[in-house]
Design a protein around this ligand. Structure first.
Ligand SMILES: [Zn+2]
Length: 151
């Protein structure tokens, strides 16, 4: 029997990070200095480079808005979700488990997705921030995809 999981992954506010120490900031209020009030700004920027949001209060390096996609890895073991991993902080996830039988204290949820109707028990997952695991998972997937494209 096929096990079907519908995973909903939501990225919470975590939009800026320090270029040097990697510290993340959810708003400019947390920064020591905010653009353009940054000492010696002209000499710290590359021509055509990204405009920084401000300066890190910890190490005084420049802080930039985070770009790109969040990558999420889901670890299934015997059809069970063992873990959800993300390569960035501030990711929240929920899984609809269609294999769990309804109990008194667990309400089922019915959703339409992928052209079908699924009934399952929704479960919150708290993704662990694990850039290494997610990176290796995506490298392997991308290797397989390029192998398939070559035939
Ligand atoms: Zn810093």
């Amino acid at each position: 029997m096929a096990v079907i999981y519908l995973a909903v992954v939501r990225v919470l506010v975590c939009p800026m990070s320090c270029d040097n120490c990697g510290r993340r900031f959810s708003s400019a209020d947390e920064l020591e200095r905010v653009f353009p009030d940054i000492p010696d700004l002209i000499n710290r920027l590359d021509a055509g480079g990204t405009v920084p949001e401000g300066e890190c209060p910890l190490c005084e390096a420049l802080v930039y808005r985070e770009q790109g996609r969040v990558r999420v890895g889901i670890l299934l073991d015997g059809g069970l979700v063992k873990g959800v991993f993300a390569d960035r902080c501030g990711v929240d996830a929920a899984v609809l488990d269609t294999e769990v039988l309804e109990t008194d204290d667990e309400a089922t949820l019915t959703v339409r997705a992928l052209g079908e109707t699924y009934v399952g028990v929704p479960q919150r997952q708290t993704p662990e921030n694990n850039t290494g695991l997610v990176g290796r998972l995506f490298e392997a997937v991308e290797r397989l995809e390029s192998k398939e494209r070559r035939g």
